[in-house]
Design a protein around this ligand. Structure first.
Ligand SMILES: *[C@@H]1O[C@H](CO)[C@@H](O)[C@H](O)[C@H]1NC(C)=O
Ligand SMILES: *[C@@H]1O[C@H](CO)[C@@H](O)[C@H](O)[C@H]1NC(C)=O
Ligand SMILES: *[C@@H]1O[C@H](CO)[C@@H](O)[C@H](O)[C@H]1NC(C)=O
Ligand SMILES: *[C@@H]1O[C@H](CO)[C@@H](O)[C@H](O)[C@H]1NC(C)=O
Ligand SMILES: *[C@@H]1O[C@H](CO)[C@@H](O)[C@H](O)[C@H]1NC(C)=O
Ligand SMILES: *[C@@H]1O[C@H](CO)[C@@H](O)[C@H](O)[C@H]1NC(C)=O
Ligand SMILES: *[C@@H]1O[C@H](CO)[C@@H](O)[C@H](O)[C@H]1NC(C)=O
Ligand SMILES: *[C@@H]1O[C@H](CO)[C@@H](O)[C@H](O)[C@H]1NC(C)=O
Ligand SMILES: *[C@@H]1O[C@H](CO)[C@@H](O)[C@H](O)[C@H]1NC(C)=O
Ligand SMILES: *[C@@H]1O[C@H](CO)[C@@H](O)[C@H](O)[C@H]1NC(C)=O
Ligand SMILES: *[C@@H]1O[C@H](CO)[C@@H](O)[C@H](O)[C@H]1NC(C)=O
Length: 759
């Protein structure tokens, strides 16, 4: 009989001695023989012994659970050859297997630890010269690191047995792969079979089973020395193992049940069809609940439509438009990578295709960046992590607009034909945004005048990044305004996003290009003593009428029905013939018959013009625009700025003043001196009357814009306005003189916003 024995070869000597059962260590003067001799961990849980797996006659040295009904091997020493100084020798003293440690230890001892780790310790310094946890078989035990020791170039990974009878390394593996963002990858042979998605601080993106749980703790460590996954017992009495099973191509987590005295599977991957690696090809998204499961990402289409439709998804999807740059948000995707800095980092490099947080805990940190095509994307119902994928800028605009249009317009898709201006064209047109070309500073950034090469005059609204007009407002304005065509609305000629035009160099900036309005805005004239002289009464009446028709178009006649929400003198621009053009749709809202009430967040607008129900309760509707129009008319008539509905000084409250004048029938107090001569008193009284109807406290009392336009143009008797109810208002409504968006924003936290269903 060739009786193998297990020996410690220290300092180049080898001795084989008898060995008794139950000790947890052997030293160089001892060895362990096949037979009754075993090494047992101190807690009695693990045992190192010779064994024959399954139907095999071969003998192997391995670690298994002690006192289990069925043999459960967690580690095999000599599943493959190596040479070194911890050895199995046969009866002829030739080495069958040994560890490969280079250092010769002074006082080596081999010990089987309570964790199931077999270690070669140098008793001089307590260092581990070698440990079985560094050379896993098919099983991961708590405390074992799965992954890389970069200093030693050591990759600890699980490799299945070939079969239940043969512990030799199979072709089904599980380990940490370092390319891109480290993640756990399962391979069948050389092909990727499943991947976890990268660590995001609280779990693995693609491993929804890995969540804080009562059984074990886990971590993923990634630094310059080490990259590994580890799990640890929450209770030392628990028994847990993770095994690669080549028979069924599955990785399973087992826990020991004391009650049933058996191992129970509590998790396994892959879980379903969608876990199949790259099932849907590049930019294909696997959604297990959809039919078919593979869907191209938004703004992508099948590369080979015929094959895709025949359910062959391997060719994946391609961008509808070639890439320049811009991210889009795909929520809840198993993704790849790591936000603001990360984003910049990605945008700086034109070959970066996507980015994401690596750590979503505590608000998100870390940066994961993808180069090259994104494959193996999977959408989960509520887990996963946002990744940001670059797509062509024009693509976003069209898609965003269409999406909104869909929502707002019964699914009808409209083509958006909005020219993208090249940044260099804008730079040329505005003499590099020269201070001399600056027309003014709007709420969302400076506005410049420019002349295109063909001589066309433009106004460029340059939205500063910290302007408060975010992408949403920008898209809102772009989308709304391009759909609108009316002589009393300002015309948007195009937009420009320099991030794309200059690729990755300039970061991000957005610009809106409008037709140029040579006579600035209404506030420039009506609130200035000198300039107001240029606006006689007939012109003022024309302006009022034009604004009314513009709003009527927004509310009723345009295909999208729009609430402007920020009607005011500075948002009414004047063309060369002093025709009014409503502008600034940054906070406008579309509404449709099936629009739901949303937590849309902020009350925006300008205080002096805000309807009471909007200012206090955030309720906006077409009737809040009507209110703003009423205020605007009073301003145009009087040349005075509205201080707000609640202004405590009655003699400064434009509504109260108007009410008094209307009651007394003597408009000359109100009318701006400069238009007094040209004034048609009956028209003027009618305008005051109409504005008093518009600024009534209760929205339902206010006329709709259609009625307003009819009243302005007609001579029929008008209904009586209700007396302003706030004349004797007392209490906490006293507010500072709020006329700027800035001050308004400071209030918005206290105000709730909801959307009123239009009738
Ligand atoms: C492991 O050791 C046993 C006993 O010496 C031997 O029979 C078996 O062939 C070895 N396995 C390998 C892969 O060398
Ligand atoms: C181990 O090495 C011996 C001798 O070099 C060789 O005959 C045997 O096939 C090897 N076994 C494995 C599993 O590589
Ligand atoms: C043993 O280690 C040495 C040095 O680290 C290496 O060159 C050699 O290939 C190893 N041998 C085996 C069988 O792993
Ligand atoms: C051990 O040596 C004996 C005698 O030399 C030989 O017959 C036997 O085959 C050897 N066994 C092994 C496993 O090498
Ligand atoms: C692999 O799965 C098969 C079928 O469920 C099972 O019989 C076998 O014991 C499993 N192997 C391991 C190593 O868990
Ligand atoms: C987006 O793709 C179109 C082609 O469809 C291309 O002409 C355009 O230059 C791209 N957009 C940008 C901003 O480069
Ligand atoms: C972009 O990233 C790729 C991949 O990391 C790198 O090879 C390339 O040099 C980077 N380019 C720039 C401009 O940083
Ligand atoms: C525009 O201004 C920027 C910054 O002031 C400067 O770097 C750039 O060279 C200027 N470009 C032109 C065309 O004048
Ligand atoms: C309006 O603009 C035109 C064209 O620039 C100009 O001729 C006209 O004088 C301006 N009107 C007023 C009232 O400033
Ligand atoms: C209200 O404003 C008017 C005009 O500015 C002023 O004369 C008057 O003193 C103010 N009244 C109060 C109570 O502040
Ligand atoms: C005043 O306006 C009304 C209505 O537009 C008109 O009928 C009337 O003739 C005008 N009166 C004068 C004096 O222009």
């Amino acid at each position: 009989m060739n009786m193998p024995s297990f020996s410690v070869i220290g300092a180049n000597f080898l001795l084989l001695l008898g060995f008794s059962v139950g000790l947890d260590s052997i030293s160089p003067l001892q060895s362990m023989k096949d037979g009754d001799e075993t090494l047992v961990s101190g807690n009695g849980r693990f045992e190192l012994s010779f064994f024959s797996p399954g139907l095999s006659k071969n003998r192997y040295l391995g670690i298994q659970y002690k006192n289990m009904p069925a043999t459960t091997v967690v580690w095999v020493a000599n599943r493959s050859n190596s040479t070194g100084n911890l050895a199995i020798v046969n009866a002829n003293n030739s080495v069958v297997w040994s560890t490969n440690t280079t250092t010769g230890a002074k006082r080596p001892v081999v010990q089987l630890l309570d964790s199931g780790n077999l270690v070669l310790i140098d008793q001089e310094d307590g260092n581990y010269l070698w440990q079985s946890f560094d050379y896993p078989s098919d099983t991961l035990l708590p405390g074992m690191k799965l992954g890389w020791d970069l200093k030693r170039g050591l990759n600890r990974r699980l490799i299945s047995w070939r079969s239940a009878d043969d512990p030799a390394p199979g072709d089904f593996t599980w380990g940490v792969e370092l390319e891109g963002n480290p993640e756990l990858v399962m391979r069948k042979g050389t092909a990727k079979f499943y991947r976890s998605g990268p660590w995001n601080g609280i779990g693995l993106n693609g491993g929804p089973d890995l969540k804080p749980n009562p059984v074990f703790d886990y971590d993923f460590v990634s630094n310059k020395d080490e990259v590994y996954y580890i799990n640890t017992y929450k209770y030392s009495s628990a028994m847990l193992r993770m095994v690669m099973n080549q028979t069924i191509n599955s990785r399973q987590r087992y826990a020991w049940s004391k009650e049933t005295k058996s191992w129970g599977i509590y998790a396994s991957v892959p879980r379903d069809y969608c876990d199949t690696y790259a099932l849907c090809g590049a930019y294909g998204n696997c959604i297990i609940s959809s039919m078919p499961v593979c869907q191209c990402l938004d703004k992508f289409s099948p590369r080979v439509p015929d094959r895709w439709n025949a359910l062959d998804w391997t060719q994946g999807c391609v961008r509808n438009k070639p890439l320049t740059a811009k991210e889009m948000d795909l929520s809840n995707m198993k993704g790849t990578m790591n936000l603001e800095e990360c984003r910049n980092k990605c945008l700086q490099n034109c070959s970066c295709m996507a980015y994401s947080n690596t750590d979503v805990s505590g608000g998100g940190s870390g940066c994961a960046i993808w180069f090259g095509d994104l494959i193996d994307i999977r959408q989960y119902p509520a887990e996963g992590q946002d990744i940001y994928i670059r797509v062509n800028a024009s693509e976003i605009e069209i898609a965003e607009s269409n999406r909104r249009t869909d929502q707002n317009n019964d699914g009808r898709k409209d083509e958006l034909e909005l020219p993208l201006f090249e940044f260099t064209r804008i730079v040329d047109a505005t003499s590099n945004f020269s201070i001399h070309k600056k027309l003014g500073e709007g709420g969302f950034g400076p506005v410049y005048r420019g002349t295109l090469q063909d001589g066309q005059e433009i106004a460029v609204k340059r939205l500063s990044r910290d302007s408060g007009q975010g992408l949403n407002e920008f898209m809102n304005e772009v989308m709304l305004i391009t759909k609108l065509q009316h002589r009393n609305l300002v015309k948007l000629l195009g937009c420009c996003m320099i991030r794309y035009e200059l690729h990755c160099i300039h970061g991000e900036e957005r610009m809106l290009i409008y037709e140029y309005m040579p006579n600035k805005s209404l506030d420039y004239f009506i609130f200035d003593q000198t300039r107001s002289k240029q606006l006689d009464w007939p012109k003022r009446f024309d302006v009022i009428y034009g604004i009314a028709r513009g709003i009527l178009y927004l509310h009723q006649d345009s295909r999208l029905r729009i609430i402007h929400r920020d009607l005011k003198a500075s948002n009414v621009l004047l063309d060369e013939e002093m025709n009014p053009k409503i502008s600034d749709f940054g906070v406008a809202k579309t509404f449709g018959k099936d629009q739901t009430v949303g937590n849309t967040g902020r009350v925006v607008g300008t205080f002096g013009y805000m309807a009471p129900e909007y200012a206090t309760d955030g309720l906006f509707s077409v009737k809040s625009d009507v209110f703003s129009f009423g205020i605007l008319v009073l301003e145009i008539i009087s040349g005075r700025k509205s201080k707000g509905f609640f202004h405590p000084n009655n003699s400064l409250n434009i509504i109260l003043v108007a009410w008094r004048i209307w009651k007394e029938g003597n408009p000359s107090d109100l009318v701006d001196a400069s238009s007094r001569e040209s004034c048609n008193t009956s028209e003027l009284m009618r305008c005051i009357h109409i504005s008093l109807l518009c600024v009534q406290q209760h929205p339902e009392d206010r006329p709709g814009m259609e009625t307003v336009v009819m009243m302005l143009g007609g001579e029929n008797a008008l209904p009586l306005p209700r007396e302003p109810e706030f004349i004797n208002h007392e209490g906490p409504l006293e507010l500072p003189d709020l006329s700027s968006n800035e001050l308004l924003r400071s209030l918005t936290n206290k105000l709730t916003v909801s959307l009123v269903q239009p009738r």
